[in-house]
Design a binder for this molecule. Structure first.
Ligand code: NZQ
Ligand code: ZN
Length: 389
C-alpha cells in the first residue's frame, strides 16, 4: 500500500426518519438564516421540501431559497448562489438533492467568502484557503456521486467548455443526512445512472496500482458485488428499503476516500465523461456507461492480472480453459452486458450524441491522468470516442 493520511470531517446520519430526528439539532449555532438550496423541484413533489421547511421554521430560522440548480451545475449558477448567500447573510447552506446540488453548494460556500476569481483560483488550478468557506450541510435525495462525504465539486464553465472537479477537504459538508426512503421517487433512469456512477467510482480506484494484497481492493470488490445485486433488487421493487439503503451507503463508501487509501486511482474515464458533458450536457452516469467498456478494452492488457481478477471475483466468471486475456475480456463483456440489462446506453448514439458533436475537440480538451495502468494519448482518447459511436 502507498502511504496515506485519512481524515473525513463529515458527520453522517443515516436511515429512515433521520431528517425529522436530527436536522433541528444539526442547524443549531449556524446563525439565523439558512440558505435552502435545491434543484428543479423534485423535492416539492415528493414531500421532502415541506418536511425540511417545517423543521427549519420550527427552529426559528429565516429561510432564503436558492432553487433551480441544474444537472451539471454551471459556474454562472455558483455565482448566483454566492451573491444570494452574501446578500442574505446566510450562516448555513442546506443543500437538498443529488450531486449537482451538493457540488454547486460547495462551490457557493467558497465563492460566498472569497473576493477573487473563484474559477481561476479554485477550479482552473488548486486553490489556497486563507478563509473558512460558508458552512454546508446536505440532505441526499439520490444515490450516486458520493459528494455528501467528500470535498469534491464538479462545475461546468459553459463559456470555456470545461467541466472539472476539485476535492477540497475544507468543502466537506459538516453533516450529511441520508434517508434511503427519500430516494424512492427517483425515476428509474436516474437511479440506474446514479448506480452506474457508483460502480464507476469503484472501478476507477480498483483499476490502478499498487496491486499487491491490500484491503482497499478487497472492500472494492465487496462494494461492486453489492451495487450489482442491490441495483437489480431496486429495479424489481423501487421501494425495497434494503436495496435503497445499500445503494445509498455504497455511493458514500465509494467516494468517502476509504477505498482510495493506499491506491493511486485512475479516473481517466471520468475525465473523458466530464468533457463529453461540457460539450453535450449529457447525463453523468450514462456517459460513463458508454465509455467504460471501450476504455477498458484499450488498457486491459496493461493491467491483465487485475482485469482477470475483476472477471472472476466480481462477475463470477470461471477462468477454466481460458487464457488470462480471454478471462479478462469476458469480465469487460459482462460489464457491457450489465449496462444493457439495466437499461443504460452503450453507444454515444444511444446517449443522444450524433455526428454534429466535434469529438476531436472533446478529446483534445480531456485531461490525461497519470494514475491509470497506461497513460493515454490525446489521439487514443479520440479513438475511444469514435469507437463508442
Ligand atoms: O433537479 P431535481 O428536480 O431535484 O431532479 C433531480 C435531477 O433531475 C433528480 N432527483 C434527485 N433526487 C430525486 C430526483 N427526482 C425524484 N426524486 C428524488 N428523490 O435527479 C436528477 C439528477 O440529479 P443530479 O444531482 O444531477 O444527479 P447526480 O447525483 O448524478 O449528480 C451529477 C453531478 O455530480 C457530478 C457529475 O459530474 C454531475 O455534475 N459528480 C460529482 C462528484 C463529486 N462531487 O464527488 C463525483 C462524480 O463523479 C460526478 O462527476
Ligand atoms: Zn462519477
Amino acid at each position: 500500500m502507498n502511504n496515506f493520511i485519512f481524515e473525513n470531517a463529515t458527520k453522517v446520519l443515516f436511515g429512515k426518519g433521520c431528517v425529522k430526528e436530527y436536522l433541528c439539532c444539526l442547524i443549531k449555532g449556524c446563525g439565523d438564516t439558512v440558505m435552502l438550496a435545491y434543484g428543479g423541484g423534485s423535492i416539492k413533489k415528493n414531500g421532502v421540501y415541506d418536511e425540511v421547511v417545517s423543521i427549519l421554521k420550527k427552529a426559528g430560522k429565516n429561510i432564503v431559497e436558492f432553487s433551480g440548480i441544474m444537472a451539471n451545475p454551471t459556474y454562472a449558477k455558483v455565482l448566483e448562489g454566492a451573491k444570494l448567500a452574501r446578500e442574505s447573510q446566510a450562516g448555513l447552506i442546506l443543500g437538498v438533492g443529488g450531486g449537482s446540488v451538493m457540488d454547486c453548494c460547495k462551490a457557493v460556500s467558497i465563492a460566498a467568502r472569497y473576493d477573487g476569481d473563484v474559477w481561476e483560483d479554485f477550479w482552473a488550478r488548486p486553490g489556497i484557503f486563507d478563509f473558512e468557506p460558508l458552512p454546508l450541510g446536505v440532505i441526499v435525495t439520490v444515490a450516486g456521486t458520493g459528494s455528501e462525504c467528500n470535498g469534491g465539486a464538479v462545475i461546468t464553465n459553459e463559456e470555456l467548455k470545461i467541466k472539472t472537479g476539485r476535492d477540497y477537504p475544507r468543502c466537506n459538508p459538516r453533516f450529511a443526512l441520508l434517508d434511503p426512503t427519500y430516494t424512492y421517487s427517483v425515476p428509474k433512469f436516474q437511479m440506474v445512472s446514479g448506480s452506474f456512477d457508483i460502480l464507476s467510482h469503484i472501478m476507477e480506484i480498483y483499476f490502478s496500482g499498487p496491486d499487491e494484497d491490500n484491503v482497499s481492493d478487497d472492500i472494492a470488490e465487496a462494494l461492486m458485488r453489492n451495487v450489482i445485486r442491490n441495483l437489480r433488487a431496486a429495479i424489481r421493487n423501487p421501494e425495497d428499503y434494503t436495496a435503497r439503503s445499500n445503494l445509498m451507503w455504497d455511493a458514500t463508501m465509494a467516494e468517502n476516500r476509504i477505498i482510495k487509501l493506499g491506491k493511486r486511482t485512475d479516473f481517466q474515464c471520468h475525465q473523458m465523461e466530464h468533457q463529453l458533458g461540457a460539450y453535450t450536457d449529457c447525463n453523468h452516469g450514462a456517459g460513463l456507461a458508454v465509455l467504460h467498456p471501450t476504455y477498458y478494452r484499450h488498457i486491459y492488457k496493461d493491467g491483465l492480472a487485475k482485469f482477470k481478477r475483476f472477471a472472476t471475483e466480481v462477475w463470477d466468471i470461471s477462468s477454466d480453459r481460458k487464457t488470462d486475456e480471454e478471462t479478462a475480456r469476458a469480465g469487460i463483456d459482462e460489464l457491457e452486458r450489465f449496462i444493457r440489462e439495466i437499461g443504460l446506453p452503450a453507444t454515444l448514439q444511444e446517449l443522444g450524441i450524433h455526428g454534429d458533436v466535434d469529438l476531436k475537440a472533446v478529446a483534445d480538451s480531456c485531461a490525461v491522468v497519470p494514475g491509470s495502468y497506461r497513460k493515454l494519448t490525446q489521439e487514443e482518447i479520440f479513438e475511444i470516442f469514435k469507437e463508442c459511436f
